[in-house]
Write a new protein. Sequence first.
Length: 369
Amino acid sequence: MSNNNFKTLAVAGLAILSLVFLAVFFIQEKSQAKKIPADLIELQAARLMAEASEAIFSCQKARGLSPENNHFDVNRTGLIGLENSPLTTTLGNLKAKRTTTNPNLAALVVHLMKKAGVKKGDIVAMGASSSFPALIIASYCAARSMEVELLTIISLGASQWGANQTEFSWLEIEECLRQAGFNQHRLLALSWGGEDDSGKEYPEDFRKRALEKASNLNLKFLEAGSFEQRVQQHKKLYFEAAGDQGIKAFINLGGSSVNLGRDASILELSPGLAEVKKIPPEKSRGMIQEMARLGIPVIHFLNIRRLIEAYNFPWDPQPLPEPGENLFWPDDQFTKSKPIILFTFFVLAGFLWLLVLFFIRKKFSRPVP
């Protein structure tokens, strides 16, 4: 066998092996995504979220708001707002908003809290805008199912199709939830949201009604201040409420600047149980980076499309899945070790292929006696 033939066969064999192992990798990637079924606590959270959604829808009807006429809310959840309103702060993605109304998202919150090391009786802090009301409810239900104490601060500002109805903002949703028995969390305070968290761009009649409603619910609005002052204000509220027990995880929902911070590195943060790689200076550090600096795990809910793809959830499902339907989790241990295992087998297979070629070449290269 000539050198050229040997090299050609060697390269061709290694190329074929590469394609085979790549195919195996992607096949395993798909097949392993549905390996571990949800447990009872996760299923309970999903059922609670379905109940909470029904309660919100009924509450809106009882107030004469006709949620059944909201053509954006095709699954009749009561958790999809308007395209535009005086409370709308930023652009939004309607399909992403509808995707989060899947009751199984509450199970995902449980799953992520467990991955973060949260256990029964622990304290978890949560900062949220009203952009994803369904995710706030999912977190409420997850904490209730896990018997975790959830400390929350919520901003009334919302992106498109969030809780942006002036007659049914997060304040009204919170009231409806409490009336339906979903009151196990601790809503520490509200912020106005908007450009500088002052809500100055909101209609005056809405601000007046919101203050009255908050007072009736024994809630307070935080005072607007500089960015750094607001971050420290939120931090103080969380840690004073947690006391000596401390905070075991922080959940961010939506795009509130107090939580995201002002450093461009936040754009690189993956959704789910996030790995915060950069801690920016205090002047641009939000609650996400501050909690990470203190060694507290961060669960990040933004970039919904990327998150639900990672967990094999349906995008904009119509109708919504039943609680627990097709609910499985990736095998994290296998996922972490899979590339190493496949690479090892590829190296061994490549070595064996070259060894076989070497012996073939040696045999056919012997001089004829």
